[in-house]
Design a protein around this ligand. Sequence first.
Ligand code: HXC
Length: 258
Amino acid sequence: GPYSTILVERRGRTALLTLNRPKALNALSLDVMRETVEATEALDRDPDVGCIVITGSGEKAFAAGADIKEMQPRSYMDMYLSDWFTAWDRLGQLRTPTIAAVRGYALGGGCELAMLCDLVIASDTAVFGQPEIRLGVIPGIGGSQRLTRAVGKAKAMDLCLTGRNMDAEEAERAGLVSRIVPDADLLEEALAVAGTVSGRSAPVAMMAKEAVNRAFETTLAEGVRFERRLFHAVFATEDQKEGMRAFSEKRPAAFTHR
Ligand code: HXC
């Protein structure tokens, strides 16, 4: 393929992106960042893609964090002038729904990458954490903000200050993980969920995603007002006509993504 650190495959209307540095536990180097952002933005523009699944290669890790060896020699000026990690923010701006399929370690930047996705499906082997403090640094891809919104202050402070890990059960209880599945079924289950999502109306799914994400950006009253405007707007889609007609006719909807 055109990429050196990731693999991109298509399964119908689902795209599967695999972080592919298994010997480094899929550590998120600058190349991984550039390629992942470029690939997902291209998929986001493709009307034939309704959902993007991101996973890690190998048994041991989704991603064991940003690449420590790459960061080690850098100075403040290096980090500031290159605006280190800022490109990752673009993953959170995609309109297409994204699913992180997590097996093994999702630490530091790996946990942050999972949290940049819309859903996190975890194998029962998954391990989450923000261990940056062990290295004398803090999260740098939004972890202090997204983890706190996902699991609340109590657990976020615990993880960020001690650097301890959390297993899949704890992560699900805390609200970081959407579903836990047996390790052997992880990819199949994530692709099945992606298939369900990409079978829904693409524009309506984008609006649903936008509405949920708005909850993290605004007040309740403004968020409800925003939802109401989108709710009215879906009545301008062909898919709303089809979805409601199909219900009345007791058949599955055949959405055209218009
Ligand atoms: C670079 C990494 C890496 C990483 C693992 N490797 N994690 N390389 N960056 N984040 C490499 C190891 O150096 C090793 O390479 C190989 O992957 C296998 O890892 P091992 O440590 O030998 O495996 P194991 O003993 O099973 O331990 C697994 C582990 C450990 C517990 C996940 O690798 C680990 O603690 N990794 C670092 C986790 C972490 O601190 N992540 C946060 C990074 S900071 P060799 O060549 O020796 O075989 C971050 C946020 C950045 O993500 C924000 C701050 C600016």
